[in-house]
Ligand binder design. Structure first.
Ligand SMILES: [Zn+2]
Length: 339
């Protein structure tokens, strides 16, 4: 993928340098290395190819190559933080090779501190990549376990954005269509990796999820962020482990919305049958995608730090039902219980 991209650009007379050290959950040191590579090459554009890590690090490299200060100065909502300036950014192009984060259409970059793995969210409308190439062929070689994990991230974005308490009917419409796409294509892409139509459908579902979650996310993501911070769990897998308990937690207060989501994924019956059926559908999807069914299988222990990080995470502030530390404890105990 990379060699054909580089040779294609060079054939057009462009000088290309490759930075490929970022992997797993992205760190600030990955951004710093990338900025050094950018400056050493005297570059004027950042083309990011890869999963959420590569795309997020690419945005942060584009930011820090021309802006003053330290990346922590650009943290979202930081008092006296520095602004992201469109006129200082180089040309950015994103090419996703997974269908999950939707980072290619988002203005945020999530990177972690190297010392304690605490996540930093940098945001600026100007960080939305100028161009996106969403080519299903580039996702055909994604192995089934990553198709499942990244696809569950896209699903969680759509579901949590739809339920988030901020007012944004436009994002809710996009979220429901994203959910429809996940229902139509995720299992197909998992079971038949070379299904081009399903791969393309999941790329669209991922983008819809990322556009929709401008409205906000919820408790599933707060749990997932804590699991990644404390146990370096893959973000999509962490969401997959937590979505069923989180939705059971949310059901009572938003029964009508669960009915609508049940309708979108084709569940028949009364309003409550559709709503409860939606949670069952989520659990069956997790089993089909072979998501592990307990957090202890992933060596996760319910520690005070895990609860601290989840409680301090800001995503759940947009959850319609308020979530206390005791609620998080219960959610983690149920993590991976897909029924
Ligand atoms: Zn996510």
């Amino acid at each position: 993928m990379l060699t054909s991209l580089v040779s294609g650009l060079e054939a057009k007379g462009l000088a290309v340098a490759v930075y490929s050290e970022a992997a797993g959950n992205p760190l600030i040191s990955h951004v710093e290395q990338g900025v050094r590579a950018y400056k050493a090459h005297d570059a004027d554009a950042v083309l990011s190819i890869g999963g959420g890590c590569a795309l997020d690090v690419g945005k942060a490299i584009a930011l820090m190559s021309h802006h003053p200060g330290n990346i922590l100065d650009y943290e979202d909502d930081k008092p006296n933080g520095l602004p992201v300036r469109a006129d200082l950014l180089p040309l950015t192009i994103s090419i996703p090779t997974t269908a999950g984060t939707g980072s290619e259409v988002g203005g945020s970059s999530v990177v972690s501190r190297d010392d304690n793995h605490q996540k930093i969210i940098v945001w600026g409308a100007a960080l939305i990549p100028r161009h996106v190439i969403a080519d299903p062929d580039l996702t055909l070689s994604l192995p089934p376990h990553l198709t499942a994990a990244t696809g569950m991230d896209a699903l969680t974005h759509n579901v949590e954005a739809y339920l988030a308490k901020n007012f944004h009917p436009i994002c809710e419409g996009i979220a429901l269509e994203g959910l429809r796409y996940v229902n139509r294509y995720l299992v197909r892409a998992f079971e038949n990796p070379s299904d081009r139509e399903a791969r393309g459908g999941m790329l669209m579902a991922a983008m819809m999820g990322a556009i929709a979650f401008q409205k906000g996310l919820g408790v599933t993501h707060s749990c997932a962020h804590a699991l990644s911070t404390c146990y370096d769990l893959h973000h999509g897998l962490a969401n997959a482990m937590m979505i069923v308990p989180s939705m059971r937690f949310n059901y009572e207060q938003q029964a009508e919305k669960f009915t609508t989501m049940g309708e979108v994924v084709g569940i028949q019956g009364s309003a409550s049958e559709k709503g409860q059926g939606f949670i069952r559908w989520l659990g069956e999807l997790c089993r089909t995608l072979k998501i592990p069914n307990s957090l202890s299988e992933l060596n996760v222990k319910l520690t005070p730090r895990l609860l601290d990080v989840a409680t301090q995470d800001t995503c759940h502030l947009n959850n319609t039902r308020a979530c206390t530390r005791a609620d998080f404890e219960k959610l983690f105990q149920e993590g991976g219980a897909h029924v």
